[in-house]
Design a protein around this ligand. Structure first.
Ligand SMILES: NC(=O)c1ccc[n+]([C@@H]2O[C@H](COP(=O)([O-])OP(=O)(O)OC[C@H]3O[C@@H](n4cnc5c(N)ncnc54)[C@H](OP(=O)(O)O)[C@@H]3O)[C@@H](O)[C@H]2O)c1
Length: 447
């Protein structure tokens, strides 16, 4: 029996290929980038470079194949293009179904998304996953569909999004989808189901729901993961937080890019609990509960490695904060005690603190906050140094004798030196923050 695994470089594919090879099966794998399959070496393994958007390449990959696992998911590129993913997924599924028919493939086995709501209430992402299954069924190959909720395990999109949010945010402002109930399943159990489908003919041409033994809300899963990592999290639910805002927020805090975060978050709008349990009777597996699955997925040796650029950025943010505080001492900042200016100072210092925290957590938000701190300081210094171009005897009710910096007295030598050092720090900080923020690979390679 010759098996094809598509999506072999992906979360499920990687594990499945290893499992099949351990069972001494003959496996062909495809990827658009063969280097992403470098980890696999086995006498029974054949690697083929193929882009499933190109019919001829899929057809060539399917020649001589008896059973094909369909684990392709195209969620990459720019976040604004995320709607196009569904179109691409449709095209790829059609290519695959037609090529399977042409090559005489006997079976296709596909992992789709599990939702327990009527079709018309499905999120766009979940509709797209269902549509892919429907298209695969048009093939002459007998198609088995396993519908899964969030799959727990290191490297899974849904799991990684949750773990980074928990590990990086002690206080979370959450949309109401954290109240959605789901039935997660551990990755090894999914792989076992996928393998056992080969042994049970009764699974041919059928759709099954697969899930672990526990049903819980997304926020309970987050809290459970936090508890295991000795992190207590405070969650504040704001019902009107938009999908767009949430996915950009996930993009800023975690290594999950917005293009992937959007469908992941959108998918969580729908409850995903198994309603069809027949697979449990057919393939008896000792399924792992959420606690055990999370324990197996906890990162123990998760040491962050920083580039020089990130290290410099963290130092510069600190220096900027120190310069800002020094101004209180070398300058007479009497107006800092007024409510508005005092509040602004506290906000500025909080941005500096949060920026430093998120840079050290390796979150993109760190470089964004560093940039905001830099630009707001530059603006302040510009306004504060207006004495260079104007002589103001009075501002509002405040009588001034010589000139004025907006929040204090005419600057002396110490203040001017601090200003010059501050401006140099700001200039370098802004350049580094810019390049760090836009270096998305720096963040996504953590996954
Ligand atoms: N992860 C979960 O929690 C979860 C939950 C429920 C259901 N599922 C379903 O399980 C399936 C697999 O998910 P996953 O998380 O393992 O996916 P994944 O890690 O995102 O991997 C996606 C795979 O698709 C391949 N791919 C994308 N476009 C391709 C193209 N044009 N030609 C060839 N290959 C292409 C990629 O291969 P290359 O980049 O190497 O070409 C990659 O290996 C999906 O249908 C997903 O909906 C996943």
């Amino acid at each position: 029996m010759k098996i094809l695994v598509t999506g072999a470089s992906g979360f499920i594919g990687k594990k499945l290929v290893q499992y099949l090879l351990d069972k001494n099966m003959s496996v062909r794998v495809i990827s658009r980038r063969l280097e992403s399959l470098d980890n696999f070496e086995h006498k029974n393994l054949e690697k083929v470079r193929a882009d499933a958007q190109k019919y001829e390449e899929v057809r060539d990959a399917l020649k001589g194949i008896d059973i094909a696992y369909y684990l392709i998911h195209s969620m990459e590129g720019k976040s604004k293009d995320w709607k196009k993913f569904a179109e691409i997924d449709k095209r790829i599924a059609k290519n695959f179904a037609d090529a399977s028919t042409e090559c005489g493939v006997k079976r296709i086995i596909y992992v789709g998304g599990l939702v327990s709501v009527p079709d018309k209430e499905m999120s766009k992402h979940m509709s797209s996953r269902k549509e892919v299954g429907d298209i695969l069924k048009t093939s002459k190959a007998k198609t088995t569909i396993l519908r899964a909720s969030v799959i727990l395990g290191k490297g899974g999109g849904g799991f990684e999004m949750m773990r980074y949010l928990v590990e990086r945010l002690p206080v979370m402002i959450c949309p109401k989808w954290v109240l959605t109930r789901l039935q997660p399943i551990y990755i090894d159990d999914v792989v076992e189901y996928l393998y056992e489908c080969l042994n049970y003919k009764e699974t041919e041409a059928r759709t099954f729901d697969i899930g672990g033994p526990d049903v819980l809300e997304y926020r309970e899963m987050m809290k459970e993961y936090g508890r295991m990592n000795n992190k207590s999290i405070i969650m504040i639910i704001i019902p009107f937080l938009s999908l767009r805002f949430t996915s950009y927020w996930v993009d800023l805090v975690t290594p999950i890019k917005a293009s992937l975060a959007r469908p992941l978050v959108e998918g969580l709008k729908n409850e995903s609990i198994i309603t069809e349990k027949s697979i449990m009777g057919l393939i008896p597996i000792k399924l792992k509960g959420v606690e055990e699955s999370l324990k197996l997925s906890v990162y123990e040796d998760d040491k962050l490695e920083f580039t020089n650029r990130e290290n410099y950025l963290s130092y510069l943010v600190m220096v900027l904060g120190i310069i800002g505080i020094l101004h209180f001492f070398v300058d007479q900042r009497l107006m800092m005690f007024l409510p508005i200016t005092g509040t602004l100072s506290i906000i500025w210092l909080s941005i500096i603190g949060a920026g430093y925290y998120f840079i050290k957590k390796k979150a993109r938000l760190g470089s964004l906050l560093a940039g905001i701190a830099g630009w707001s300081s530059a603006l302040f210094w510009l306004v504060d140094s207006m004495y260079l171009i104007s002589y103001l005897p009075q501002i509002g009710p405040y009588p001034i004798s010589k000139g004025i910096t907006i929040l204090g007295n005419y600057p002396d030598v110490n203040t001017s030196i601090l200003n010059i050092i501050g401006l140099c720090v700001i200039a370098i900080l802004l350049v580094i923050a810019h390049f760090t923020f836009y270096d998305k690979e720096l963040y996504t390679k953590q996954l």
